[in-house]
Write a new protein. Structure first.
Length: 226
């Protein structure tokens, strides 16, 4: 079983884990060539990250100086702000999501503006969440079986990503709702109704925060990671 361990930008551990209950309702799906889809629609794939910066639109992937993911090689602890305190105030509620296999990952796009956590006094709106297998970030050079990214944006366009590292542990039925067979190669769109993302976030966990970039093209920098 998998057990989520929070990461504000990458956190480090604790929560429970997964069943494989199918909760996403499919709208349509059809088979496609994974490699062909990447080459012509997305212009990048996970097999060749060294080529991500070849396209002008993704050039930061090759030239950027603040690039994620990173290895956390220190004791994980809260990052203070300019006043000496780091604050993350969660504000999540049950929402409906549009679900899509985009050829790279499974993306859950929220359909309302009801999820508005506050980071260091600034309100953010949840845009979407998605997951990576195995984790993109590492802690002491160790990968986790799963990493979930919750992508938020503030009124000025700034991004904040809350990352949850998932380890093996006791069953978490809510986590199981998103770990479906959608990861199979193939176009897929569906819906996930009345899902509260706080149920797959640790209630109490050490955190690590830093400013860097999106982990995939276009590799935009100035992203606040939690």
């Amino acid at each position: 079983m998998l057990k989520p361990t929070l990461a504000i930008s990458v956190l480090a551990l604790a929560l429970s884990a997964c069943t494989t209950t199918q909760s996403v309702k499919p709208e349509h799906a059809h088979a496609y060539s994974h490699d062909h889809h990447h080459d012509h629609d997305h212009g990048w794939d996970y097999a060749h990250p060294e080529k991500w910066g070849d396209l002008e639109v993704n050039k930061l992937c090759g030239t950027g100086v603040e690039q994620s993911p990173i290895n956390i090689d220190t004791v994980v602890k809260p990052r203070p702000d300019s006043q000496g305190n780091f604050t993350l105030t969660p504000s999540y509620t049950a929402s409906d999501f549009e679900v899509e296999n985009n050829g790279h990952t499974i993306v859950f796009n929220v359909k309302d503006d009801k999820n508005t956590p506050n980071v260091n006094g600034v309100d953010y709106k949840l845009l979407q969440f998605h997951y990576h297998v195995p984790s993109e970030h590492t802690v002491m050079n160790a990968f986790y079986p799963l990493e979930i990214h919750f992508v938020h944006q503030n009124a000025n366009g700034g991004l904040a990503v809350v990352g949850v590292l998932v380890e093996k542990g006791a069953t978490n039925a809510d986590l199981g709702k998103i770990l479906t067979d959608l990861s199979k190669d193939g176009r897929y769109k569906g819906t996930l109704s009345a899902f509260d993302v706080s149920t797959i976030m640790p209630k109490d966990s050490k955190t690590y925060a830093y400013n860097d970039s999106l982990t995939t093209p276009p590799c935009s920098e100035q992203v606040q990671w939690l």
